[in-house]
Structures are given as C-alpha cells and as structure tokens.
Design a protein around this ligand. Structure first.
Ligand code: FNR
Length: 418
C-alpha cells in the first residue's frame, strides 16, 4: 500500500485506474464491442450481476481503534500452502478477447505477486505453456466436466503434470447461461474457435476430432470459402497439428474440432455420484465452484470434497439468482470450519475482500477487475489491479484495528441500510 501511495507522491500515475468505475470505463473504451459484451456482460437482465455488487452495501465495517497494527500480515493458509494474500486470479476463459498475451499476461502477474492463478478449461493458451510462464507461482486447474470421460481424465492428468495444487470443478456452467449481450452480437466464442486451446492441445480430444474428421457428419462439411472464424480455428488447430494441416483451409479438421468441442464441452447429467470418479483419479484437493445452497454445501461435505467456492459465476448463469455474498453465510455455517470456503462474484475493492472474509470466506477469487487490467495493460495491468486490491485490503485492516486475516470476523461488521 505504501508503494502505491509513494508512487503518487512522486507524481507517477498508476498503470491502470484505481477507482473501480474508472477502471471499468477505461477498459470499455479499449475493448471491442464483442469483447466488452462477453467480459462485462452477464445473464438475462443482468440482475444477479448487479445484486452481487449491491449485496456488499448491506454490510458495513465497524473499525476498532487503538490497536497496535504497525505489523500486519495479510497471508492465509490454503491447502498446505501459505499465500501472501487471500486473493486468487479466478478462472477466466477466452482471454484472447481482452489482450493478445491472454493467459500469459495473467501468469506473469500471478508470478510477480505470488498469488495463485486458477487456469481455466476455457483458456486461450494450453495449460503447459501457461505453467512455464507461471514459474514457481501456485496454480490451480479449473475443470469443466466434459461429456467424454477420456477428456476429463486427460485434463486431470495434465493438471497434475503442470503442478496444479487443486482441481476446481465448476458446477454452474454445464450449459452456458442466457447471455443476452452475446446473443445480440451473435457471439458464441467457442463456435468461433476461441477459448478452446485446452482442448485442441489435448491428446484425448484430438483423437475424438480425428475420428470425427474421418467420418464427417453432413453438418461438418467445410464451407468452400471459410469464414474468418473458421480460419481462426484453423490457426489454433494448426499449432497442434504441425505439418498436417499446413495451409489447407478446406481441411475438415478445424470444423471437426469446433463441432467436437461443442459436443463434449460439458455434461449436464453430472451428479454427486460422479465425484467419486474424480476422487479416485487424483489426490489433489477437489474444490467445488458454484455452490450457493446450504444443502449443497452439506452434500459437498458428505462427498468428501476439500473446498467450496461460493459463486454465481459473476451473475453470468442464472439471472435472478441470489447474490453470491448473500449465499455465503449459510454455507459458512453448514461447513463450520471443516473445509475452506472461498468466495467470488462481486469483489471490486479491498474493503469488499474484508467484508467477504468477515462473513467467513477464507479467500476470494477476483474475476472481471483484473480482466479489465489485462485489456488495458496486459500483465502489468492485471498485476496493478491485484496490487490495488491487496493494498486496500491491508489498509482497511490497519484502519479497522486488525493485524492479521484470521482476526477478520463477523464482529467487524454491522448491518448496512436495507
Ligand atoms: C468467467 N468465469 C469462469 N469461471 C470458470 O469456472 N471457468 C471459466 O472459464 C470462466 N470464464 C469466465 C470468463 C469471463 C469473461 C468472466 C467474466 C467470468 C467466472 C469467474 O471465474 C468468476 O466466477 C467470476 O468472474 C467472479 O465474478 P466477478 O469477480 O467477475 O464479479
């Protein structure tokens, strides 16, 4: 925090705006219409996205005075590792929309800060390449549970091989939400070959594609003049099929890849019983992302999962769903300290982090804010956004009479206006 202030003293402006609304506005000016709609947009009438933000207003911090807070510690223990701050880079897919460096930009920021990056199933860069950029920084892998068992197994094997410290299973997106802004722009990223690098680099997935290309269905026939989207998909595929596709834009492979992706991307039939299969394949901590109900939290405990992320996917799935912060206390109560409860959806400031922690979250995942940072300034932008959150967290702790993250509890909060 003192570094951020000191830079100001010497007249140096921050890399990206500190003020959340200004950050968002600057990113909007920078991003294409499609990119902005995809990143900032949510489901339906955007009510849950708004509710996620409004919910923070119903809690107010009540600062404590005359506590020696000269020495403060923002670190937190999670799955056997001590993180320097209770902040993670949320899994975000299709980052190539925001910046050409995409996932590499995030990895560089995570490395500089020592904060975990949760690598998305929908990433624009294969996880092995991201892992190289991450260096020693902690990484988790976020799994969309494919319809194809071999793809699931292969993703988990690869995640282990790159040193992931947890598998985050995202439960709330087995079908894509009703993304009104994307629909109006006819933007379905995956159908354009964006955000499928994790798949096109996967041996199990490639076997499916090759089988499909060998026996194309009528709908898969390549068009005589490929659309720009097909060309993009081709380039993405060509990276993983050296020499085989060359410049043959009429190859059925890219089309087959996109069609295969759409076929196997997710499994709407997934139930609690399926988790046993994952448990049997990996000894990594399994974290369920998207839990919003206390009965689901209780079931998660029954099924031996290692962590929960209370999340509504940033309001991108069920419009009208409960604000994520409003769902947090009941989950925390049921879990009763047995496994860590993490939180996301709506964190925009360091004070928000304090509020979520006071309601029982062990740590928070941050989504859109750092994506805006990436859009504005690549790795430096993502890093600056997280630094600002971290600095404000530290400062809010100091001004509230809190020396360490463990001391942030419900007694720090009072009800805000209803
Ligand atoms: C996401 N999110 C997400 N979640 C996930 O599990 N896998 C993914 O690939 C993505 N992709 C993704 C793309 C974009 C553009 C956004 C905005 C979000 C959800 C994300 O991890 C997180 O839950 C929310 O972003 C948290 O809400 P805030 O911080 O954006 O309000």
């Amino acid at each position: 925090q003192s570094r951020v202030y000191r830079a100001g003293v010497y007249g140096r402006r921050p890399v990206v705006p500190v003020e959340p609304a200004a950050l968002e506005a600057a990113a909007r000016r920078r991003m294409s219409e499609v990119a902005w709609a995809y990143v900032a947009g949510s489901a339906g009438r955007q009510r849950t996205a708004q509710a996620n933000l409004d919910a923070f207003d119903r809690h107010r911090i009540v600062p404590r005075m005359l506590v020696d807070v000269e020495e403060r510690d923002t670190s937190v223990a999670l799955f056997g590792r001590r993180l320097p701050a209770p902040l993670l880079f949320a899994p975000i897919g299709v980052l190539e929309l925001a910046h050409p460096d995409a996932d590499h930009a995030v990895a560089r920021a995570a490395r500089a800060l020592g904060l975990p990056m949760v690598i998305s199933s929908q990433a624009s860069v294969p996880m092995e390449d991201v892992a190289r950029t991450l260096g020693d920084a902690p990484r988790w892998f976020q799994l969309y549970w494919s319809k194809d068992d071999d793809v699931v197994d292969s993703f988990v094997d690869r995640a282990e091989a790159i040193g992931s410290e947890a598998i985050v299973v995202t439960l709330d997106t087995h079908v894509l939400g009703w993304r009104t802004r994307d629909l109006d722009l006819a933007y379905l990223p995956f159908a354009r070959g964006e955000g499928i690098a994790q798949y096109t680099s996967d041996p199990a997935f490639r076997r499916l594609v090759e089988a499909r290309a060998a026996a194309p269905r009528p709908a898969d026939e390549p068009s005589p003049r490929p659309t720009p989207a097909a060309v993009r998909a081709l380039h993405s595929m060509a990276r993983h099929y050296p020499g085989r596709l060359r410049d043959n834009l009429r190859s059925p492979l890219p089309r087959a890849a996109v069609e295969t992706f759409l076929d196997v991307f997710s499994r709407s039939s997934l139930t609690w019983d399926d988790l046993a299969r994952l448990r049997g394949r990996t000894s990594l901590p399994i974290v369920l992302k998207g839990i919003q109900r206390l009965d689901d939290a209780a079931r998660a405990l029954d099924h031996g999962v290692d962590g929960i992320v209370v999340s509504n996917h940033g309001g991108r799935q069920v419009d009208g769903a409960i604000a994520s912060l409003d769902a947090l206390p009941a989950v925390v109560e049921v879990v009763d300290g047995r496994i860590p409860v993490l939180f996301d959806s709506g964190i925009r400031s360091g004070a928000d982090v304090v509020t979520a922690l006071a309601l029982g979250a062990r740590a928070v995942l941050v989504g859109r804010p750092w994506v805006y940072g990436v859009a504005l300034a690549g790795a430096d932008g993502a890093r600056a956004v997280m630094q600002h959150l971290w600095a404000e967290l530290d400062l809010t702790m100091a001004l509230s009479g809190v020396r360490s993250v463990d001391e942030i509890g419900p007694d720090l909060l009072a009800p805000g206006p209803r």
